[in-house]
Design a binder for this molecule. Structure first.
Ligand code: COA
Length: 531
């Protein structure tokens, strides 16, 4: 905890604000002004009018596409919003970015949104206005993109309804977004939903026709039946979407949280002081936990109080990993947090046991990362670090309670896997601006490359040019450093967003509420534990 840490974190947060501002700007001033001059609402305005007044909208993956040739945000705005009291996945095309055309990052983002809706049992609302496939990158999206339409109809079969509100263009493959949705609303004189526009029809069949006869809102609402509601304008369309949700007869199937709950015992503001500027310095995750979880409370008629904010389990064993039970916004959770960077055999076994306990009592798990990976060296190999790490990875992989992951600091090597990194399918994964993630640290990676190159040269009887290799080492180190940073990883859609540490409690609270849309059933069957 120090003022230097705070200064570094504040600098990173100012930068994060700047990156988010780029996403919020969408296609930029010119295209936003043109869109508004046409009397249309922006994607974010549409969402704001759709969700319940005063409710929180948890935007997801706002930095998708960061560092690529595409506009940050990937021409869509996605997140979870509350509509008529129902938590819904909202996916809104941003028509100010390349006409809302979908590029490879938009695809990744929309698939991830679909996965979140599926895993957490949420209805989906598509706010549609898109030029379809981004034509220059069609090879990357045409074939895999078909899955989006399949997913919509499979969600319907799982009783996860979809609503499509069409504000503008939705042609060719895009026509199957409303086509496969359970409820469709089209805006009069704006929606255009057809398999082929007038020029293509003329070329294909010679027929002379116009937009309205081919795919206008009136035609689809009165003649084809592809639209269920004709909205007079955009506001009316959003009102109708809210009415549809109000009539979904939606009930959360999970357990309700304990209420009331107390705010954390320690001030979340101090989280800014916590992360050392140099991640090699350790920090105590209990200082984070007590600023994120519910504080001590006396309880009420609705349920028992919270006598201790964090009940640590096995505190004397495997102390580089801190695990224990707490509540967050009244939801019981188990927490696994790295207390020192490295994971050894005791820590791995403690984690495997703790994850099984959480499954036995159907309790979600929160993983807080600050790890440099599993311990290496002859002593540890002989002590069975591989099989103990494997026990932890087995437990994480076969656990069926919902997992939440927050990468606070380092997340390197197989530590990223054992602590439930992206490849292990946590329900939600967020990073702090202080996070760094890669196969290993940049300096270590460049050093390993040098050793390998030196040995290879020696085997061939050549003289190793250490001076000449320094340039390659510097280049690789710089590249890995850049690729380990949170924006880069967020740009690749390897997380659901980079968040201000002070918002962690609120963000996780929303996620736990979303998770409660279906019951939690912990696993009692794991793979074979190599003992
Ligand atoms: N792929 C790549 N770029 C696209 C695109 C697409 N599918 N659709 C639009 N764009 C680009 C335009 O080239 C233009 O770029 P520029 O401003 O850098 O020149 C920008 O997006 C805005 O397009 P514009 O036509 O000026 O916007 P609009 O709001 O007047 O019209 C559309 C939007 C979507 C109706 C119109 O662009 C269109 O019909 N696009 C093609 C739709 C299509 O047939 N898609 C194939 C479906 S699989």
């Amino acid at each position: 905890m120090s003022a230097t840490n705070r200064a570094t974190m504040l600098e990173k947060l100012a930068d994060l604000d700047a990156q988010h501002a780029v996403a919020v700007a969408g296609g930029g001033e010119k295209y936003v002004a043109r869109h508004k001059d046409r009397g249309k609402l922006t994607a974010r305005e549409r969402i704001e009018l759709l969700v319940d007044e005063g409710s929180a909208f948890l935007e997801l993956m706002p930095l998708a596409g960061w560092g690529s040739d595409f506009t940050v945000g990937a021409s869509m705005v996605t997140g979870i919003g509350v509509v008529e009291g129902v938590e819904c996945m909202i996916v809104a095309n941003d028509p100010t970015v390349k006409g809302g055309a979908l590029n490879p990052w938009s695809l990744k983002k929309s698939f991830r949104a679909g996965e979140i809706a599926e895993q957490n049992n949420l209805p989906t609302i598509n706010l549609t206005e898109s030029g379809g496939a981004d034509l220059p990158t069609q090879k990357d999206i045409f074939i895999p993109g078909g899955r989006g339409f399949r997913n919509l109809t499979r969600a319907s079969a799982r009783k996860q309804p979809s609503i499509s509100v069409v504000f503008g263009n939705s042609t060719a493959g895009g026509a199957y977004v409303p086509g496969m949705s359970d409820y469709v609303i089209m805006v009069k004189e704006q929606a255009k939903v057809f398999l082929a526009g007038p020029p293509l029809v003329k070329m294909a069949t010679g027929e002379e026709t116009d937009d309205e006869s081919l795919g206008g809102a009136e035609m689809h609402s009165r003649t084809s039946g592809s639209s269920d509601f004709l909205a007079l304008d955009e506001h009316d369309a959003l009102r109708l979407a809210r009415r549809v949700v109000a009539r979904l007869n939606w009930r959360k199937r999970g357990a309700a949280p304990q209420a009331p709950y107390a705010e954390p015992d320690l001030d979340p503001e101090d989280l800014l002081d916590l992360i050392p500027t140099d991640l090699k310095e350790p920090f105590d995750p209990r200082d984070a936990i007590l600023r994120i979880v519910d504080g001590v409370s006396t309880g009420s008629t609705a349920g028992p109080g919270n006598e201790v904010a964090f009940d640590e389990f096995k505190p004397l064993y495997g102390s580089a990993l801190c695990v224990g039970w707490a509540r967050l916004h009244g939801h019981e959770i188990g927490i696994l947090a790295n207390a020192r960077g490295v994971l050894m055999s005791q820590e791995a076994q403690k984690a495997a046991q703790f994850i099984q306990l959480a499954n036995q009592k159907d309790t979600p798990l929160l993983f807080l990362h600050n790890t440099t990976g599993y311990m290496v060296g002859a002593e540890y190999e002989q002590g069975g670090i591989i099989k103990h790490g494997a026990q932890m990875i087995n437990a994480v992989s076969n656990s069926t309670v919902p997992h939440l992951t927050v990468i606070m600091g380092a997340s390197y090597g197989a530590g990223n896997y054992g602590m439930n990194g992206r490849a292990y399918d946590p329900r939600f994964l967020f990073t702090w601006p202080s996070a760094k993630s890669a196969v290993m640290g940049p300096a270590q990676l460049a050093g390993v490359m040098e050793i390998v190159a030196r040995e290879s040269a020696e085997k061939k009887g050549q003289v190793f040019d250490a001076e000449g290799f320094q340039g390659i080492k510097d280049m690789v180190e710089g590249m890995v450093e850049e690729q380990s940073m949170p924006y880069f990883l967020s740009g690749m859609v390897y997380d659901d967003g980079v968040i201000d540490p002070r918002d962690t409690r609120t963000v996780l609270g929303i996620c736990l509420s979303v998770i409660d849309n279906q019951p939690i059933e912990g696993a009692m069957n794991f793979g074979v534990f190599r003992l």
